[in-house]
Design a protein around this ligand. Structure first.
Ligand code: FMN
Length: 400
């Protein structure tokens, strides 16, 4: 049975949520599930904006059928060809033989790659600035290349002042009946997952996001309909502001994230000592992670959030402890920049991590490596307490 919701007089949310999914993209743990949003416009012509993941296909189709209420589906706009939004295209074509598909020049080769149905006679190819009239509504197409796939685009409904933003402004998290941002407490319940979604999925493409934000600034937008998570119809500047910060790789908080790896507790002890020193000096925004227990997607999310990052790890077979190495590779791949980083290393016979971690951070863009790194041999002794005090003092001067 259907569970659609009305967005405006003639626009409906026909998406669905998945709370059974363990891993998004088979990588990212989802403790709160995810929603796949799809929107159906009942104008003189009927227009569907994107479809949904196969996992929620039945609910999605029931919602679409219920809103169509006997009408046929005339147009499908494919803003994004990632399978979590396009998996149902062939099913829609089967159910609505006259369906026309609107996409850009990069969309249709991908449809051919993912599906086997014949596109002949169904394609409407649009480019930047093109418009399409569904009756009362004029839809404008805004290309968003590499946010976060090459074919990504957005559709702007000038009458409703609505931006269908594809994956931009989306977040992890299933919807709970409430689909509008003013029906829930985004800052309290959603922001962390929104940041984790953005930084891990889109984070690498900050420059492309900046380009799209500039285009969006020229549009009169009163509602943003993303493909995941809540619809924005109030306080749009809040989420646009977050996207602006994240895509410029600017921290949200002046504070310290301490990410440590430790097998036997000695590197952990060094990290705890530094945290206590910072707290003693009045630093309130300190976030500690044992990276063996925290998923790397959360580490990335907090790395984007805080201004200062402390990395602590033991030496492992002359290299960096593997999970720390993986986290550093991810940080580099996602183009994190503009952070101040301090390194704490450990080793029992030939400590290498201080040097090796510093070298990896040095390969990243605009990273400020603090000189006051600390190396211990197996465990913290009095001499390193002094070095930790020096490092703590320097961090405190910058964050307070
Ligand atoms: C598999 C393995 C490989 C290691 N390789 C090195 C090494 O190459 N160089 C070194 O100095 N210590 C090496 N160590 C020792 C640890 O880095 C060292 O004991 C460190 O103090 C452990 O810190 P923790 O107490 O935080 O786990 C290795 C330890 C293990 C278990």
């Amino acid at each position: 049975m259907h569970c659609f919701r009305k967005v405006t007089d003639d626009l409906y949310w026909v998406g669905a949520s998945d709370r059974r999914i363990e891993l998004f993209e088979n990588i990212f743990p989802l403790t709160k599930g995810v929603s796949y949003n799809s929107y159906l416009l009942l104008d003189e012509k009927t227009v569907l904006f994107d479809s949904a993941d196969y996992a929620v296909g039945r609910q999605f189709l029931e919602n679409v059928d219920a809103v169509l209420n006997g009408r046929s589906l005339d147009y499908l706009i494919v803003n994004h060809m990632e399978p979590d939004h396009c998996a149902m295209i062939d099913e829609l074509v089967l159910r609505h033989p006259g369906l026309q598909i609107i996409g850009n020049a990069k969309t249709f080769p991908m449809i051919d790659q993912f599906f086997d149905f014949d596109l002949e006679g169904r394609k409407i190819v649009v480019k930047e600035g093109d418009t399409f009239s569904s009756g009362k509504h004029t839809l404008h197409f805004v290309m968003a290349p590499m946010v976060h796939w090459p074919e990504a685009m957005m559709t702007y409904d000038a009458e409703g002042k609505i931006l269908f933003s594809a994956d931009a402004f989306g977040t992890f998290g299933a919807l709970n009946g409430n689909i509008f941002n003013d029906e829930l407490d985004f800052d309290r319940d959603w922001l962390d997952e929104a940041r984790r979604y953005y930084t891990n999925i889109v984070g690498k493409y900050g420059m492309q996001v900046q380009n799209v934000l500039k285009k969006a600034a020229g549009l009169d937008i009163s509602m943003i309909c993303p493909l995941h998570g809540p619809i924005w119809r109030t306080d749009l500047s809040y989420i646009i502001g977050k996207y602006d910060l994240w895509s410029k790789y600017e921290p949200e908080e002046k504070g310290v994230m301490i990410a440590y790896a430790s097998m036997y507790g000695n590197t952990e002890n060094m990290a705890e000592i530094l945290a206590a020193m910072l707290a003693e000096a009045g630093v309130k925004k300190i976030r500690m992670h044992n990276i063996s227990k925290t998923h790397v997607s959360e580490l990335i999310s907090d790395s984007f959030k805080y201004s200062h990052i402390v990395l602590a790890a033991p030496t492992y077979n002359n290299g960096i402890y593997p999970l720390m190495d993986n986290y550093l590779e991810d940080m580099k791949a996602l183009a994190l920049q503009n952070r101040t980083v301090a390194v704490l290393g450990n080793g029992t016979w030939a400590p290498q991590t201080t040097k090796l971690i510093s070298a990896k951070v040095g390969e990243m863009k605009n990273m400020n490596l603090m000189e006051a790194a600390v190396t211990i041999k197996s465990s913290v002794k009095d001499a390193q307490m002094e070095e930790l005090k020096t490092l703590s003092r320097q961090i405190v001067e910058e964050v307070l």
